[in-house]
Design a protein around this ligand. Structure first.
Ligand SMILES: Nc1ncnc2c1ncn2[C@@H]1O[C@H](COP(=O)(O)OP(=O)(O)OP(=O)(O)O)[C@@H](O)[C@H]1O
Length: 405
């Protein structure tokens, strides 16, 4: 089944809340609607479901405008943002999803009951079938409301923040269920605030700002630092791996702060970077491999010279590391392990030592963490001769302060 939204504008009160919205969604597609509060996501879903009449434009299902509310309910399943309060039992709430299928007498049959129980099972709530809906937690109610949509077996699911109130495991679980239904030939339009969750599960993203679709396409094309700044007014770092994208908040760093560069890897620099950042230094790291835990910390806390996952330090990364060292006020060589791949980090550290701005954390005997042979050992000895050497990470802060005078 194909849903086409064409030139749709919607007015609520005196305000045009949706403006000339056009997009399509079909079998096997999971479309995420992203946009700030009040941008028009709920209005879009309610308009598609037929609860609001467009001022202009049309909503077509397989080329036809949807007729009656019952016809809509057999093809479209809508999960509202707010769960209603009711004294019904859980199973009866889910059974409401079967209403479009009930015959003239409107009496549920065995198969309706089975579909409702199956849907409850899908959200892991079958044991709560006889509980009162009003006595459930917010997250449990959310799962029951989703089960109601699933019991309806719609061709296109319209889900308004289906993961709100849910813990992280339940968020993933619910999105996986929606995805598996989509993979079985259904479609879903999901209004969602978690950009990382959206980019993990959506096949397509629509970014809405003030009722206008401003970006549309595959997550890896649409989710960029520019689009997030433009639509949400937020500063984030966007990283891509393979087909996936991931965003993290960018911390605001005031100008004029002293800069400390940390040569690290394998988690040796995380605590140091946090410590330095907390007391107000500008922090950078290098060279670290993408996906290394030090890389994640550095991305969150400051700048990073990175290298492809599991790859040796290239000429250009080494060069950038040297440039970073030159513009830093102090440099820390963390208690990192050295192999052939990151040997050049020692060369970079020697450069910092020669400039008189290196602090070395020498916690574990170098022999135990050197996998790059004799050459690395000799280099390390040279570095120690010209650096301020501390034995523990906790001493770095004092050493850096002394170095900077
Ligand atoms: N009945 C109404 N009359 C006038 N304006 C309305 C009405 N309902 C909603 N609006 C306005 O329409 C705009 C879009 O609201 P909508 O609920 O679609 O946003 P949303 O993107 O779903 O927001 P959120 O992320 O907060 O759920 C908002 O500015 C809202 O104040």
């Amino acid at each position: 089944m194909r849903l086409v939204v064409k030139g749709v504008s919607v007015k609520l009160g005196s305000r045009e809340v949706l403006k000339d919205v056009t997009f399509e969604v079909g079998e096997g597609e999971l479309l995420a609607l992203l946009g700030p509060n009040g941008s028009g996501k709920t209005t879009m879903l309610r308009t598609i479901f037929g609860m609001l009449k467009p001022l202009k434009g049309v909503v077509l299902l397989d080329g036809r405008e949807v007729g009656s509310a019952e016809e809509a309910a057999r093809k479209l399943g809508f999960l509202p943002q707010d769960t209603p309060m009711t004294n019904l039992k859980v199973i009866d709430v889910v059974m409401l999803g079967r209403t479009p299928y009930l015959s003239g007498l409107k009496r549920p049959k065995e198969e309706d009951y089975r579909a409702a129980m199956e849907a409850l099972k899908e959200v892991g709530m079958e044991k709560m079938a006889d509980r009162l809906f009003s006595e459930l937690s917010g997250g449990e109610r959310q799962k029951v409301m989703l089960a109601r949509v699933f019991a309806q077996q719609p061709e296109i699911m319209l889900l308004d923040e289906p993961t709100a109130h849910l813990d992280i495991a339940a968020q993933i679980e619910i999105m996986e269920i929606v995805r598996s239904k989509v993979e079985q030939g259904k479609a879903a339009i999901v209004a969602i605030h978690d950009i990382n969750l959206a980019s993990s599960f959506a096949t397509k993203i629509l970014m809405v700002k003030d009722g206008v679709v401003v970006y549309a396409g595959r997550p890896e094309d649409v989710i960029t630092e520019e689009s997030i700044r433009d639509v949400f007014g937020a500063d984030v770092v966007v990283r891509k791996y393979g087909r996936g994208v991931y965003i993290a908040p960018k911390l605001k760093v005031p100008n004029g702060l002293r800069r400390v560069h940390v040569i690290c890897g394998g988690g040796s620099g995380g605590a140091i970077m946090h410590m330095l950042r907390e007391v107000g230094y500008k922090v950078s790291a290098g060279v670290v491999n993408i996906l290394d835990s030090d890389w994640e910390n550095a991305v969150e806390l400051g700048e990073v010279v990175d290298e492809a996952p599991f790859s040796p330090i290239s000429d250009s990364s080494h060069q950038k590391n040297i440039e970073m060292i030159e513009k830093s006020d102090a440099v820390v060589l963390a208690n990192l392990s050295v192999g052939k791949g990151n040997y050049r980090n020692l060369l970079a550290a020697l450069h910092a030592a020669n400039l008189g701005k290196l602090v070395v954390v020498d916690r574990t005997p170098f022999k135990e963490r050197n996998f790059a042979g004799k050459e690395a050992e000799e280099l390390y000895i040279k570095i120690l001769e010209k650096a301020v050497v501390v034995k523990r990470e906790e001493e770095v802060l004092d050493a850096v302060r002394k170095l900077l005078g």
